[in-house]
Write a new protein. Structure first.
Length: 148
């Protein structure tokens, strides 16, 4: 286990998960922390929408969520650390992984939070394919070019 300085008490990253570290100088980018979080969420939501997956952010619990059956499940976790006006860490999207380790933790500090992944929603992508698709959407949203 590695102690980290961002949300939740335990962070799990594993094979089949796309992890993007967003490193920005917020002042130069003209962004605030909340705006940056919303833009990252919006980028993931827009990308998932292009794959036919309806998703949304949650102001009370940063990340991206989708409906899975009769409940809501988190498909992307977001955790930023801001120091001296610069962001570190970023977003992790579950693509095609073993989700069982999430059963042993409280994902993002929320007991009982369900998690899902692209594979379980019928979308087949490798992590590299997902990265190639999401990266330009994320860059656009961070450059003030989100469609929302």
């Amino acid at each position: 286990m590695l102690k980290v300085d961002r949300g939740g008490q335990v962070t799990y990253h594993g094979p089949g998960q796309l992890v993007i570290y967003v490193m920005l100088d917020l002042r130069r980018a003209g962004l605030g922390v909340r705006d940056t979080v919303r833009r990252i969420e919006t980028a993931v939501v827009e990308w998932l929408g292009s794959l036919g997956i309806a998703a949304h952010g949650n102001v009370a619990a940063p990340g991206v969520y989708t409906s899975q059956g009769d409940h809501e499940a988190k498909i992307a976790a977001l955790g930023l650390r801001v120091r001296n006006g610069c962001t570190y860490h970023g977003v992790a999207v579950n693509v095609a992984m073993d989700l069982s380790p999430f059963a042993d933790i409280d994902p993002c500090g929320f007991p009982g939070l369900a998690v899902t992944q692209l594979k379980d929603l019928g979308v087949s992508r490798t992590v590299d394919e997902a990265a190639a698709e999401l990266a330009p959407v994320l860059a656009g949203c961070l450059a003030h070019q989100c469609s929302r």
